[in-house]
Design a protein around this ligand. Structure first.
Ligand SMILES: Cc1cc2nc3c(=O)[nH]c(=O)nc-3n(C[C@H](O)[C@H](O)[C@H](O)COP(=O)(O)OP(=O)(O)OC[C@H]3O[C@@H](n4cnc5c(N)ncnc54)[C@H](O)[C@@H]3O)c2cc1C
Ligand SMILES: NC(=O)c1ccc[n+]([C@@H]2O[C@H](COP(=O)([O-])OP(=O)(O)OC[C@H]3O[C@@H](n4cnc5c(N)ncnc54)[C@H](O)[C@@H]3O)[C@@H](O)[C@H]2O)c1
Length: 494
């Protein structure tokens, strides 16, 4: 039986990152993938959906701006757009494949990494069995990392067939833009696809939301902007609604909603998308004799260790945050733990995120909702995009920057949300400050390029320090600083 220092099951972002870090330690590593390299980080997931989003943003901009040049906006052609997305997906999968080919032939790495296609399962604490078109084989591993990811959650009441009622695994393979689409679940995936389809302007989108606002984990000022824009693009948000029935009749989707006020209404659309969360891929992955413990939402891990000492779990298979950057972080960290000593502890507080909506929403650390749930006193500054030259030049001043700091002299950064054009580019400096546990002065004095969105962050910081160019509180909703007292649940202008 061939022996490896490490066997990694799954070559999505987490598994691929783990395997490549193991190579740095010159450890004999086996990487196994049953499907396509990159997992949901590329196909029917992060990269593919972001390519749809980028192309849909182009179309939205055409529809809004071409009048300025006396031109009529073009109409989006599904097949053309789909083909462009497929090209993007192929480019990234090819890059990873190509990289593996180079590794195979490069003397620096070739002794360390073996990649095979196949379905793997753990038959004993140190043994992994792999089945593929060529037959079956068992390998021995001193250590094993499970990185098998997740898939869309199905529920028996919803007739998912990937023909009329889709999940994110099938929606991008449709034949054409549907004339109407209902989206069940107003979380990140639901809202991103609502933004994508609304942006192309060919589909009437309905979004079913259990509560009275979409994105229930986000602050209300952020959600208000997103809801306003979705509705301006013709999206109908069914608020406070419970889906009581969905069926496919004569090739159309019929659904019934019961609203919290007791009313019941029926609707008919061409297609449906179900985006009600994801579940871990763990079925048949280990034999009964291997005592890996599962929690409700995934493998129970402590700092990437499972309940079996030589087996680790990383990425979406674990019960924490489902993101590419988190999966990569965990994959690399587990390897550093196995073969060395990680430089830093695994912490989740300073993870940066982007939600690809209209406009994009970038975040790091706490928002106000979280800070209040944690019973924290904080100072917060909010600066409107209309104060930022770059946003004015871009002819799009919709959005704001919101920065939360501790309510003490140190003013340590607790978190930030930026909603608006290029929000994602503005977040990194603050993410770095949080990870370095630094106060905000550093940002106040560093010279930013002009005109740039990050200047808005600098001005926000200066406002908190009482030395901004535009003075806080003078112009309604432009620059404002508040202080939140959690014992009184009170927000006061400062
Ligand atoms: C529509 C959508 C959009 C998203 N957008 C973003 C985004 O913008 N930003 C972001 O950070 N995250 C995004 N995510 C989340 C992100 O894609 C996941 O968090 C990430 O892919 C998880 O990586 P992973 O390696 O843990 O799992 P996966 O990507 O799911 O990869 C797991 C791999 O393991 C393989 N595998 C499973 N079982 C076996 C087995 N028994 N044997 C061999 N191989 C196996 C699978 O085939 C797969 O390739 C999005 C997800 C979706 C669905
Ligand atoms: N930009 C990004 O970073 C990005 C993009 C897409 C996905 N993701 C990741 O993928 C994960 C999964 O996304 P998701 O949107 O499927 O999950 P989610 O947890 O974000 O949202 C699911 C939503 O569905 C609702 N819901 C649950 N059951 C329901 C039911 N029976 N009927 C109606 N609504 C129901 C929930 O209340 C929730 O609002 C996210 O947690 C995120 O980590 C990230």
């Amino acid at each position: 039986m061939e022996k490896f220092d490490l066997i990694v099951i799954g070559a999505g972002p987490s598994g691929y990152a783990a395997a490549m870090r193991a190579v740095d330690f010159k450890k004999k590593t086996l990487l196994i993938e049953r499907n396509t390299l990159g997992g949901a980080g590329i196909t029917n997931g992060a990269l593919s959906s972001k390519t749809w989003w980028e192309l849909s943003r182009d179309m939205l901009a055409f529809r809004k701006n071409l009048k300025r040049y006396g031109m009529t906006p073009p109409s989006a052609i599904w097949k053309e757009i789909q083909s462009e997305v497929n090209t993007a997906v192929k480019e990234k999968v090819d890059l990873l494949n190509d990289h593996l080919e180079h590794i195979k032939t490069d003397s620096k790495y070739s002794n360390y990494l073996t990649f095979i296609q196949g379905e793997a399962d753990i038959i004993a604490e140190h043994q992994v069995h792999v089945k593929n078109g060529n037959g079956e084989i068992t390998y021995e591993g001193s250590n094993i990392i499970i990185a098998t990811g997740s898939r869309p959650r199905h529920v028996p009441e919803l007739p998912i067939d990937e023909k009329h009622v889709f999940t994110s695994d099938g929606i991008e393979q449709m034949d054409d833009f549907p004339e109407s689409l209902v989206i069940v679940g107003a979380g990140v995936i639901g809202c991103e696809y609502a933004t994508i389809f609304a942006g192309f302007g060919k589909t009437k989108v309905y979004l079913i939301d259990k509560g009275d606002s979409i994105l229930p984990f986000e602050d209300s000022d952020v959600v208000e902007v997103i809801e306003r824009n979705l509705e301006a693009e013709g999206v109908h948000i069914h608020r406070n609604s419970q889906l009581s029935k969905m069926e496919v009749k004569d090739g159309r989707v019929h659904y019934t909603l019961t609203f919290t006020d007791g009313t019941v209404e029926e609707f008919e659309v061409e297609k449906a998308l179900v985006s009600i969360g994801r579940v871990p891929n763990f079925e048949k992955l280990w034999a009964e004799a291997v005592p890996i413990k599962m929690g409700k939402r995934g493998v129970e891990d402590h700092d990437t260790n499972t309940t079996v000492s030589n087996i680790y779990a990383v990425g979406d298979i674990t019960a924490d945050i489902n993101l590419v950057n988190v999966g990569e972080l965990e994959g690399r960290y587990a390897v550093e733990k196995i073969f060395g000593k990680p430089d830093k502890k695994l912490v989740y507080e300073n993870i940066s995120t982007i939600m690809f909506l209209n406009p994009e929403v970038a975040g790091v650390g706490l928002n106000e909702k979280m800070a209040r749930q944690q019973g924290l006193n904080y100072k917060v500054v909010s600066l409107d995009y209309s104060c930022i030259s770059r946003a004015i030049a871009k002819r799009n001043t919709e959005g704001f920057i919101k920065l939360l700091v501790t309510d003490d002299d140190e003013m340590k950064v607790l978190g930030m949300r930026v909603i608006g054009e290029q929000a994602s580019s503005a977040i990194q400096a603050v993410a770095l400050l949080i990870s370095m546990n630094k106060g905000i002065e550093e940002l106040a004095e560093c010279v930013h390029p002009h005109p740039s969105i990050t200047e808005g962050i600098q001005e926000s910081v200066r406002a908190l320090l009482g030395k901004s160019i535009l003075k806080s509180g003078l112009m309604k909703n432009k620059v404002s600083c508040y202080c939140y007292d959690c014992s009184k649940e009170e927000l006061k202008a400062i």
